[in-house]
Design a protein around this ligand. Structure first.
Ligand code: SF4
Length: 387
Protein backbone atom coordinates (compact mmCIF):
# COMPACT_ATOMS: atom_id res chain seq x y z
CA UNK A 1 0.00 0.00 0.00
CA UNK A 2 1.47 3.33 -1.08
CA UNK A 3 0.81 5.10 2.22
CA UNK A 4 2.98 2.48 3.96
CA UNK A 5 6.01 3.06 1.77
CA UNK A 6 8.75 5.54 2.61
CA UNK A 7 11.81 7.10 1.04
CA UNK A 8 14.66 8.87 2.84
CA UNK A 9 16.52 11.79 1.32
CA UNK A 10 19.68 12.63 3.26
CA UNK A 11 21.55 15.93 3.27
CA UNK A 12 24.90 16.59 4.98
CA UNK A 13 27.73 14.60 6.51
CA UNK A 14 28.51 10.92 7.14
CA UNK A 15 26.90 11.22 10.57
CA UNK A 16 23.61 12.07 8.84
CA UNK A 17 24.09 9.14 6.44
CA UNK A 18 24.64 6.86 9.44
CA UNK A 19 21.54 8.30 11.15
CA UNK A 20 19.49 7.61 8.02
CA UNK A 21 20.55 3.96 8.16
CA UNK A 22 19.02 3.74 11.66
CA UNK A 23 15.93 5.72 10.62
CA UNK A 24 15.40 3.14 7.86
CA UNK A 25 15.31 0.34 10.46
CA UNK A 26 12.98 2.42 12.63
CA UNK A 27 10.49 2.70 9.74
CA UNK A 28 10.77 -0.95 8.74
CA UNK A 29 10.10 -1.95 12.36
CA UNK A 30 6.91 0.09 12.20
CA UNK A 31 5.64 -1.90 9.22
CA UNK A 32 6.67 0.40 6.39
CA UNK A 33 8.48 -0.79 3.28
CA UNK A 34 11.09 1.05 1.25
CA UNK A 35 9.85 2.80 -1.88
CA UNK A 36 12.01 2.53 -5.01
CA UNK A 37 11.94 6.28 -5.58
CA UNK A 38 10.83 9.48 -3.95
CA UNK A 39 8.05 9.77 -6.53
CA UNK A 40 6.48 6.45 -5.61
CA UNK A 41 6.69 6.91 -1.81
CA UNK A 42 3.71 7.49 0.45
CA UNK A 43 5.95 9.15 3.01
CA UNK A 44 9.13 11.15 2.38
CA UNK A 45 11.60 11.58 5.21
CA UNK A 46 14.10 14.41 4.76
CA UNK A 47 17.19 14.14 6.95
CA UNK A 48 18.39 17.73 7.14
CA UNK A 49 21.69 19.57 7.53
CA UNK A 50 22.22 23.10 8.86
CA UNK A 51 25.94 23.52 8.42
CA UNK A 52 25.36 26.42 6.00
CA UNK A 53 22.39 28.47 4.88
CA UNK A 54 22.61 26.83 1.45
CA UNK A 55 22.03 23.41 3.08
CA UNK A 56 18.85 24.70 4.73
CA UNK A 57 17.72 26.28 1.45
CA UNK A 58 18.05 22.93 -0.31
CA UNK A 59 15.66 21.37 2.23
CA UNK A 60 13.00 24.09 1.87
CA UNK A 61 13.40 23.90 -1.93
CA UNK A 62 12.88 20.12 -1.87
CA UNK A 63 9.71 20.43 0.22
CA UNK A 64 8.23 22.93 -2.26
CA UNK A 65 9.20 20.66 -5.17
CA UNK A 66 7.55 17.61 -3.61
CA UNK A 67 4.30 19.53 -3.25
CA UNK A 68 4.58 20.95 -6.76
CA UNK A 69 5.24 17.62 -8.42
CA UNK A 70 2.33 15.99 -6.57
CA UNK A 71 0.07 18.38 -8.52
CA UNK A 72 -3.49 17.29 -8.14
CA UNK A 73 -2.54 13.91 -6.73
CA UNK A 74 -2.57 13.38 -2.96
CA UNK A 75 0.62 14.88 -1.56
CA UNK A 76 2.92 12.32 0.13
CA UNK A 77 3.37 12.75 3.85
CA UNK A 78 6.47 14.88 4.46
CA UNK A 79 8.56 14.22 7.56
CA UNK A 80 11.53 16.37 8.52
CA UNK A 81 14.28 15.02 10.77
CA UNK A 82 18.00 15.63 11.48
CA UNK A 83 19.68 18.92 12.30
CA UNK A 84 16.76 21.30 11.70
CA UNK A 85 14.53 19.30 14.02
CA UNK A 86 17.40 18.92 16.49
CA UNK A 87 17.71 22.69 16.62
CA UNK A 88 13.97 22.98 17.31
CA UNK A 89 14.08 20.24 19.96
CA UNK A 90 16.93 21.94 21.83
CA UNK A 91 15.37 25.41 21.63
CA UNK A 92 13.31 25.75 24.78
CA UNK A 93 11.72 29.00 23.60
CA UNK A 94 9.94 27.12 20.79
CA UNK A 95 10.84 29.95 18.40
CA UNK A 96 12.80 27.81 15.97
CA UNK A 97 9.96 25.28 15.63
CA UNK A 98 7.63 28.18 14.80
CA UNK A 99 10.13 29.39 12.19
CA UNK A 100 10.27 25.92 10.63
CA UNK A 101 6.48 25.67 10.55
CA UNK A 102 6.11 29.03 8.87
CA UNK A 103 8.90 28.33 6.34
CA UNK A 104 7.57 24.88 5.48
CA UNK A 105 3.83 24.71 6.25
CA UNK A 106 3.64 21.65 3.95
CA UNK A 107 5.59 19.51 6.45
CA UNK A 108 3.39 16.99 8.27
CA UNK A 109 5.73 15.82 11.01
CA UNK A 110 8.97 16.84 12.71
CA UNK A 111 10.82 13.72 13.90
CA UNK A 112 13.56 14.30 16.52
CA UNK A 113 16.46 11.85 16.26
CA UNK A 114 16.13 11.12 19.97
CA UNK A 115 12.92 9.28 19.11
CA UNK A 116 14.87 6.95 16.83
CA UNK A 117 17.77 6.53 19.30
CA UNK A 118 20.51 3.93 18.91
CA UNK A 119 18.47 0.77 19.50
CA UNK A 120 17.52 0.30 15.85
CA UNK A 121 20.32 -1.44 13.95
CA UNK A 122 21.68 0.56 11.03
CA UNK A 123 20.49 -0.88 7.71
CA UNK A 124 23.48 -0.80 5.40
CA UNK A 125 23.44 -1.60 1.67
CA UNK A 126 27.07 -2.66 1.79
CA UNK A 127 28.60 -3.81 5.05
CA UNK A 128 32.16 -4.20 3.74
CA UNK A 129 32.81 -0.64 4.83
CA UNK A 130 30.54 0.55 7.65
CA UNK A 131 30.14 3.84 9.45
CA UNK A 132 29.70 3.34 13.16
CA UNK A 133 28.64 6.32 15.30
CA UNK A 134 30.45 6.35 18.64
CA UNK A 135 29.09 9.62 20.04
CA UNK A 136 26.61 12.30 19.26
CA UNK A 137 26.67 16.04 19.94
CA UNK A 138 29.45 18.35 21.00
CA UNK A 139 30.45 20.39 24.04
CA UNK A 140 32.89 22.70 22.34
CA UNK A 141 30.81 25.63 21.09
CA UNK A 142 33.10 26.90 18.36
CA UNK A 143 31.48 30.25 17.71
CA UNK A 144 30.59 29.52 14.06
CA UNK A 145 29.14 26.06 14.62
CA UNK A 146 25.51 25.05 14.91
CA UNK A 147 26.17 21.43 15.97
CA UNK A 148 25.89 21.95 19.77
CA UNK A 149 22.46 23.48 19.09
CA UNK A 150 21.25 20.83 16.64
CA UNK A 151 22.68 17.69 18.25
CA UNK A 152 23.02 18.89 21.84
CA UNK A 153 25.79 18.00 24.28
CA UNK A 154 28.18 15.15 23.61
CA UNK A 155 26.84 11.74 24.56
CA UNK A 156 29.03 8.66 24.09
CA UNK A 157 27.58 5.33 23.06
CA UNK A 158 28.38 2.57 25.54
CA UNK A 159 31.80 1.01 24.79
CA UNK A 160 30.35 -2.52 24.79
CA UNK A 161 27.58 -1.60 22.31
CA UNK A 162 30.10 -0.27 19.81
CA UNK A 163 32.31 -3.36 20.09
CA UNK A 164 29.30 -5.72 19.77
CA UNK A 165 28.04 -3.85 16.70
CA UNK A 166 31.43 -4.07 15.00
CA UNK A 167 31.85 -7.77 15.89
CA UNK A 168 28.44 -8.39 14.31
CA UNK A 169 29.43 -6.42 11.21
CA UNK A 170 32.70 -8.34 10.92
CA UNK A 171 30.75 -11.62 10.99
CA UNK A 172 28.80 -10.37 7.98
CA UNK A 173 31.88 -9.46 5.94
CA UNK A 174 32.77 -6.00 7.16
CA UNK A 175 36.49 -5.36 6.89
CA UNK A 176 36.63 -1.59 7.29
CA UNK A 177 34.92 0.68 9.80
CA UNK A 178 34.83 4.45 10.17
CA UNK A 179 34.13 5.56 13.74
CA UNK A 180 32.00 8.69 13.65
CA UNK A 181 31.53 11.53 16.08
CA UNK A 182 31.69 15.31 16.13
CA UNK A 183 34.75 15.00 18.33
CA UNK A 184 35.85 11.37 18.43
CA UNK A 185 38.91 11.99 20.56
CA UNK A 186 36.90 13.10 23.56
CA UNK A 187 34.89 9.85 23.31
CA UNK A 188 33.99 8.41 26.70
CA UNK A 189 34.40 11.55 28.81
CA UNK A 190 30.82 11.05 30.01
CA UNK A 191 31.28 7.30 30.59
CA UNK A 192 34.16 7.64 33.03
CA UNK A 193 32.77 7.97 36.55
CA UNK A 194 36.02 7.95 38.48
CA UNK A 195 39.26 8.81 36.72
CA UNK A 196 41.43 7.42 39.55
CA UNK A 197 39.64 4.08 39.77
CA UNK A 198 39.95 3.63 36.00
CA UNK A 199 37.46 2.30 33.49
CA UNK A 200 36.53 -1.33 32.99
CA UNK A 201 36.49 -2.29 29.32
CA UNK A 202 34.00 -4.94 28.11
CA UNK A 203 36.94 -7.39 28.07
CA UNK A 204 37.33 -6.87 31.85
CA UNK A 205 40.62 -4.95 31.50
CA UNK A 206 40.80 -1.83 33.67
CA UNK A 207 42.35 1.13 31.87
CA UNK A 208 43.43 4.58 32.97
CA UNK A 209 41.40 7.20 31.06
CA UNK A 210 43.60 9.51 29.01
CA UNK A 211 43.39 13.07 30.24
CA UNK A 212 43.28 15.68 27.49
CA UNK A 213 43.99 19.34 27.94
CA UNK A 214 40.96 21.58 28.02
CA UNK A 215 41.25 25.31 28.71
CA UNK A 216 44.81 24.91 29.90
CA UNK A 217 44.19 21.99 32.26
CA UNK A 218 44.21 18.23 31.80
CA UNK A 219 40.59 17.61 32.62
CA UNK A 220 38.78 15.60 29.96
CA UNK A 221 39.13 11.84 30.49
CA UNK A 222 38.85 10.06 27.17
CA UNK A 223 38.71 6.41 26.23
CA UNK A 224 39.18 6.87 22.49
CA UNK A 225 42.68 5.35 22.22
CA UNK A 226 41.38 2.21 23.99
CA UNK A 227 38.34 2.07 21.75
CA UNK A 228 40.61 2.13 18.69
CA UNK A 229 42.77 -0.57 20.23
CA UNK A 230 39.80 -2.86 20.96
CA UNK A 231 38.29 -2.32 17.50
CA UNK A 232 41.62 -3.27 15.91
CA UNK A 233 41.54 -6.57 17.83
CA UNK A 234 38.22 -7.63 16.26
CA UNK A 235 38.72 -10.59 13.93
CA UNK A 236 38.05 -9.66 10.30
CA UNK A 237 38.51 -5.91 10.72
CA UNK A 238 41.41 -4.82 8.54
CA UNK A 239 41.10 -1.05 8.53
CA UNK A 240 39.87 1.46 11.11
CA UNK A 241 39.19 5.09 10.24
CA UNK A 242 37.76 7.87 12.36
CA UNK A 243 36.32 11.30 11.85
CA UNK A 244 36.42 14.01 13.17
CA UNK A 245 39.22 14.96 15.55
CA UNK A 246 39.76 18.19 17.38
CA UNK A 247 43.37 19.30 17.53
CA UNK A 248 43.18 20.18 21.22
CA UNK A 249 42.07 16.69 22.23
CA UNK A 250 44.67 14.81 20.19
CA UNK A 251 46.68 13.21 22.97
CA UNK A 252 50.15 11.63 22.83
CA UNK A 253 48.50 8.35 23.80
CA UNK A 254 46.31 8.59 20.70
CA UNK A 255 49.33 9.28 18.51
CA UNK A 256 51.11 6.24 19.98
CA UNK A 257 48.06 4.06 19.54
CA UNK A 258 47.84 4.95 15.83
CA UNK A 259 51.59 4.53 15.39
CA UNK A 260 51.49 1.03 16.89
CA UNK A 261 48.44 -0.21 15.01
CA UNK A 262 48.92 -0.55 11.25
CA UNK A 263 45.18 -1.20 10.91
CA UNK A 264 44.45 2.44 11.81
CA UNK A 265 44.20 4.72 8.79
CA UNK A 266 47.14 7.06 8.26
CA UNK A 267 44.92 9.74 6.69
CA UNK A 268 44.12 11.91 9.66
CA UNK A 269 41.48 14.60 9.43
CA UNK A 270 42.44 17.46 11.72
CA UNK A 271 40.26 20.55 11.21
CA UNK A 272 42.30 23.75 11.61
CA UNK A 273 39.59 26.22 10.48
CA UNK A 274 42.03 29.18 10.33
CA UNK A 275 45.76 29.86 10.43
CA UNK A 276 45.61 33.15 12.31
CA UNK A 277 45.66 33.34 16.11
CA UNK A 278 43.18 36.19 16.40
CA UNK A 279 40.66 34.47 14.12
CA UNK A 280 41.14 31.18 16.00
CA UNK A 281 40.44 32.95 19.27
CA UNK A 282 37.25 34.52 17.95
CA UNK A 283 36.24 31.11 16.63
CA UNK A 284 36.72 29.75 20.20
CA UNK A 285 39.22 27.18 18.98
CA UNK A 286 41.52 26.37 21.89
CA UNK A 287 44.85 26.21 20.10
CA UNK A 288 47.16 28.63 18.44
CA UNK A 289 48.60 28.39 14.96
CA UNK A 290 51.95 27.28 16.36
CA UNK A 291 50.39 24.62 18.63
CA UNK A 292 48.54 23.21 15.63
CA UNK A 293 51.71 23.11 13.56
CA UNK A 294 53.64 21.42 16.36
CA UNK A 295 50.91 18.79 16.64
CA UNK A 296 51.07 18.13 12.90
CA UNK A 297 54.86 17.82 13.11
CA UNK A 298 54.56 15.36 15.99
CA UNK A 299 51.94 13.27 14.18
CA UNK A 300 54.04 13.12 11.01
CA UNK A 301 57.16 12.24 12.98
CA UNK A 302 55.59 9.51 15.12
CA UNK A 303 53.16 7.99 12.63
CA UNK A 304 54.88 6.66 9.55
CA UNK A 305 53.05 7.66 6.39
CA UNK A 306 50.63 10.04 8.13
CA UNK A 307 48.82 12.49 5.86
CA UNK A 308 46.80 15.39 7.24
CA UNK A 309 43.55 16.69 5.78
CA UNK A 310 41.57 19.57 7.21
CA UNK A 311 38.56 21.90 7.28
CA UNK A 312 39.00 25.64 6.74
CA UNK A 313 36.48 28.47 6.92
CA UNK A 314 37.17 31.57 4.85
CA UNK A 315 35.56 34.95 5.43
CA UNK A 316 34.91 34.49 9.16
CA UNK A 317 33.63 37.84 10.55
CA UNK A 318 36.44 40.37 10.75
CA UNK A 319 38.94 38.19 8.85
CA UNK A 320 41.29 40.77 7.35
CA UNK A 321 43.29 40.03 4.20
CA UNK A 322 46.47 39.65 6.24
CA UNK A 323 44.75 37.13 8.52
CA UNK A 324 43.59 35.15 5.50
CA UNK A 325 47.18 35.22 4.19
CA UNK A 326 48.25 33.63 7.49
CA UNK A 327 45.90 30.74 6.72
CA UNK A 328 47.35 30.45 3.22
CA UNK A 329 50.83 30.41 4.73
CA UNK A 330 49.87 27.69 7.20
CA UNK A 331 48.36 25.61 4.39
CA UNK A 332 51.63 25.87 2.43
CA UNK A 333 53.68 24.84 5.46
CA UNK A 334 51.50 21.92 6.51
CA UNK A 335 51.01 20.66 2.93
CA UNK A 336 47.53 19.27 3.55
CA UNK A 337 46.54 16.21 1.56
CA UNK A 338 43.04 17.60 1.17
CA UNK A 339 40.82 20.33 2.62
CA UNK A 340 37.12 21.01 2.88
CA UNK A 341 37.12 24.76 2.37
CA UNK A 342 33.89 26.53 3.33
CA UNK A 343 32.72 30.12 3.00
CA UNK A 344 31.51 31.41 6.37
CA UNK A 345 27.74 31.35 6.74
CA UNK A 346 26.05 32.87 9.82
CA UNK A 347 24.12 30.14 11.65
CA UNK A 348 21.20 30.65 14.03
CA UNK A 349 21.92 30.84 17.77
CA UNK A 350 25.70 30.68 17.39
CA UNK A 351 27.95 33.08 19.30
CA UNK A 352 29.50 34.40 16.07
CA UNK A 353 26.08 35.32 14.70
CA UNK A 354 25.20 37.11 17.95
CA UNK A 355 28.53 38.88 18.47
CA UNK A 356 29.92 39.68 15.01
CA UNK A 357 28.61 40.99 11.75
CA UNK A 358 29.12 38.90 8.62
CA UNK A 359 31.32 41.59 7.12
CA UNK A 360 33.46 39.86 4.49
CA UNK A 361 31.55 40.33 1.26
CA UNK A 362 30.50 37.42 -0.90
CA UNK A 363 32.93 38.12 -3.75
CA UNK A 364 35.87 38.24 -1.35
CA UNK A 365 34.77 35.00 0.34
CA UNK A 366 34.57 33.44 -3.11
CA UNK A 367 38.08 34.68 -3.96
CA UNK A 368 39.54 33.33 -0.71
CA UNK A 369 37.76 30.01 -1.25
CA UNK A 370 39.32 29.63 -4.70
CA UNK A 371 42.81 30.60 -3.50
CA UNK A 372 42.81 27.87 -0.84
CA UNK A 373 40.92 25.27 -2.84
CA UNK A 374 43.33 25.71 -5.72
CA UNK A 375 46.37 25.64 -3.47
CA UNK A 376 45.40 22.60 -1.44
CA UNK A 377 43.10 20.52 -3.58
CA UNK A 378 44.37 21.14 -7.09
CA UNK A 379 48.08 21.73 -6.80
CA UNK A 380 48.91 19.76 -3.63
CA UNK A 381 51.62 17.16 -4.05
CA UNK A 382 49.78 14.68 -1.87
CA UNK A 383 46.69 14.24 -4.05
CA UNK A 384 47.01 10.44 -3.80
CA UNK A 385 45.81 10.64 -0.18
CA UNK A 386 42.42 12.01 -1.18
CA UNK A 387 39.58 9.57 -0.81
S1 SF4 B 1 34.22 20.95 17.75
FE1 SF4 B 1 33.30 20.66 15.71
S2 SF4 B 1 31.17 20.05 16.08
FE2 SF4 B 1 31.97 20.89 18.00
S3 SF4 B 1 31.38 23.03 17.99
FE3 SF4 B 1 33.46 22.94 17.13
S4 SF4 B 1 33.19 22.72 14.89
FE4 SF4 B 1 31.20 22.28 15.88
Amino acid sequence: MKSQTFFIKTFGCQQNEADSQRITSYYLARGYSLAKSMKSAGEIVINTCMIRQSAEDRVTGLVKNIVKSAGRRIKPKIVITGCMVGMAAHDETGKYLKTLRSRMPEVDEFLPLEEVGFDYPALRNDVSHSWVPISNGCNNFCTFCVVPFTRGREVSRPFGDIISEIKGLAKHGCTEVTLLGQNVNSYGADLVKNTKAGYKLPSGRIVKPVMVKHLGRYRIPTLFPYLLEEVCKIKGIKKVKFISSNPWDFSDKLINMIAQNPKIDRNIHLPVQAGDDDVLKRMNRWYTRSQYMKLVEKIKKEIKGAQISTDIIVGFPGEAKKQFENTVDLAKKVNFAYAYVAKYSARPNTAATKAFSDDVDHAEKERRFHVLDQLINHTGINRSAVH
